[in-house]
Design a protein around this ligand. Structure first.
Ligand code: SF4
Ligand code: SF4
Length: 99
C-alpha cells in the first residue's frame, strides 16, 4: 500500500494563508502519529475470518487488505478502537502502547 503523501506544515505567513471555510486540501496528511496513541489494535490472524469489516470502518483507512494477512499501518493509526469494536469475531485486541 502506498503511504499517503506527507506535506510539511507551512506556518501561515499572513491571514490569507489560513484555510478558509469548512474544507481545505485533503490529499495529504500533515504528520504521522507522534506517539500520543494509548492503545493500538493487534489482529489475531488465526481467528480472522477476512470479512473486511475493519477495513471498511477504519476512519483513517490505515488497514491494508492487499496482502495475505491484514496489516495495520501504525504510523497513521490513531488507536480509536472502532475496528476492534466492529470485528464480528473479536479478533482485534486493543493493546496498551509501551513507552
Ligand atoms: S484503531 Fe482506529 S485508526 Fe487504528 S486501525 Fe482501528 S479503526 Fe483504524
Ligand atoms: S473485522 Fe475482524 S474478522 Fe473481519 S477482517 Fe477485520 S480482523 Fe478479520
Amino acid at each position: 500500500m502506498d503511504k499517503p503523501k506527507l506535506k510539511k506544515w507551512q506556518e501561515p505567513v499572513n491571514i490569507k494563508s489560513y484555510p478558509m471555510g469548512s474544507t481545505c486540501d485533503s490529499d495529504h496528511l500533515t504528520s504521522i502519529n507522534a506517539g500520543w496513541r494509548t492503545y493500538k489494535p493487534v489482529i489475531d490472524h488465526e481467528k480472522c475470518i477476512h470479512c473486511l469489516r475493519c477495513f471498511l470502518v477504519c476512519p483513517d483507512g490505515v488497514i491494508d487488505k492487499l496482502k495475505e494477512n491484514l496489516e495495520i499501518d501504525y504510523d497513521y493509526c490513531k488507536g480509536c478502537g472502532i475496528c476492534a469494536y466492529e470485528c464480528p469475531v473479536k479478533c482485534i485486541e486493543m493493546v496498551k502502547e509501551e513507552k
